[in-house]
Write a protein that binds this ligand. Structure first.
Ligand code: PLP
Length: 429
């Protein structure tokens, strides 16, 4: 079967010496990530296509029965069946691994199935996990409810208080899991500090890198063992498909994740892999352009009298601004949240109607909870992504009724400003 192997390091990390491997693209060593983003993958087929081929095939014809046996027994790396591996999916995996600075990658059907694979590959009944309580909502549900059914216990701790993570470590702690920055408050955790706690505890450390992507943040360089992705967001970048991936050492991928993938089958479809593969080619320029626009918008929002507070890591007013700039290649990312003024005597009901007013006055922004699109999206977290929480839980999480989350796309900043000003300037006083 085709392992997600990197031939340069493969023989040190669990694959058989002298094993026949799927070939690499003939590229020189030490290329810049921008080049790898458009070049890494597989050699072209016999036809010499320049744009990567989409292999829409469920299975692969074997030359003879003995070769088929060797391939199914993992004695030879080759393509057999698309639940295990497919050339288009492998191209995406190799390219994403190169961008994250990881040895290997395994693609999954969605971001959530990547997190499911993370848990299934690393955890067993009786194990303990420490997870930031500001993680993506479905991640909190997966660990807090679904994995709990199988005897995996999770402690939820502060996104920013490193000591709380250290105090939560138990003898059976196997995994620390964080995400940075978070949605919608853009809180930044110290990846290096958390990686040291994991190391001391003998646990793995995984980082959901959805919001920054490897264009801005490479968690493995800061000590993470595993990087989790929702390819649905910035990797695709144009809001087209659902996809996910885990990046890690070749040993972790081959020994922990590939066997689960074979049995559980949360595979990425070749079509979706092709879309995300091509998305990676423009990832770096999109992330930088969208971050620049987000900073301009956040700076402008902070100066608006009708805006009570802006949450954006690129602003000096952000509580983890310095850490974010060091960890995220000097960029704040593309997500900006803000609170519309007017909580006052009207309370949460007025705050909510003011936020709805601003959202409903937009004519350019897309009203949708997705993010990572070239089209700017706007949403009201308290009634959508965080709508399942009780009001008390929402208050504790800091997600107030007056909050709006905006995921800056490639729209011109002036048009998004005008779009927001239409509502901000007509709020009832
Ligand atoms: C969207 C998202 C996910 C889940 O990804 P899907 O592709 O929607 O399954 C996980 N983590 C974060 C941070 C996300 O924003």
């Amino acid at each position: 079967m085709a392992s997600r192997a990197d031939a340069k390091t493969g023989n040190e990390t669990g694959s058989k010496p002298g094993m026949k491997r799927i070939p690499r693209v003939g590229l020189p060593e030490g290329l810049h990530p921008d080049t790898l983003a458009v070049r890494e993958g597989l050699p072209p087929s016999a036809w010499g296509e320049n744009s990567e081929a989409l292999f829409l095939t469920s299975s692969f014809v074997q030359p003879d029965a003995a070769t088929a046996a060797a391939r199914f027994a993992n004695e030879e790396e080759a393509f057999t069946y698309s639940r295990f591996s497919n050339p288009t999916v492998t191209m995406f995996e190799r390219r994403l691994a190169a961008l994250e600075g990881a040895q290997a990658c395994i693609a999954t059907a969605s971001g959530m199935s990547a997190i499911l694979l993370l848990g299934m590959g690393l955890l067993a009944a009786g194990d303990h996990v420490i997870c930031s309580r500001s993680m993506f909502g479905s991640t909190l549900m997966l660990f807090g409810r679904e994995f709990a059914k199988f005897g995996v216990e999770t402690s939820f701790v502060s996104q920013t208080d490193v000591d709380e993570w250290r105090r939560a470590v138990k003898p059976n702690t196997k995994l620390l899991f964080a995400e940075s920055p978070t949605n919608p408050l853009t809180e930044v955790c110290d990846i290096r500090a958390l990686s040291l706690i994991a190391k001391e505890a003998g646990a793995w450390f995984a980082v959901d890198n959805c919001f920054c992507s490897p264009a801005l943040q490479r968690p493995i360089e800061h000590g993470a063992d595993i990087v989790v992705h929702s390819g649905t967001k910035y990797l695709d970048g144009q809001g087209r498909v659902i996809a996910g991936a885990l990046c890690a050492s070749e040993q972790l991928v081959n020994e922990r994740f590939v066997p689960v993938m074979r049995s559980a089958g949360m595979s990425l479809s070749p079509f979706n892999a092709w879309v995300v593969l091509k998305g990676l080619e423009t990832l770096s320029i999109r992330m930088r352009a969208q971050s620049e626009r987000a900073l301009a918008l956040a700076t402008w929002l902070e100066a608006q009298p009708q805006v009570e507070r802006v949450f954006y890591p690129g602003l000096a007013s952000h509580p983890q601004h310095a850490l974010a700039m060091a960890q995220q290649a000097g960029c704040g990312g593309a997500v900006v949240s803000f609170i519309v003024a007017g909580q006052g005597p009207g309370g949460p009901a007025l705050a909510r109607s003011n936020a709805f007013h601003v959202i409903d006055q937009t004519q350019v922004c897309s009203i949708t909870a997705n993010l990572g699109d070239t089209k700017t999206t706007v949403t009201h977290p308290a009634s959508t992504s965080h709508g399942r929480l009780s009001e008390v839980q929402r208050q504790a999480a800091g997600i107030t009724q007056g909050m709006i989350r905006l995921a800056m796309g490639l729209d011109a900043v002036q048009d998004i400003q005008a779009d927001l000003l239409r509502g901000l300037s007509t709020l009832p006083t």
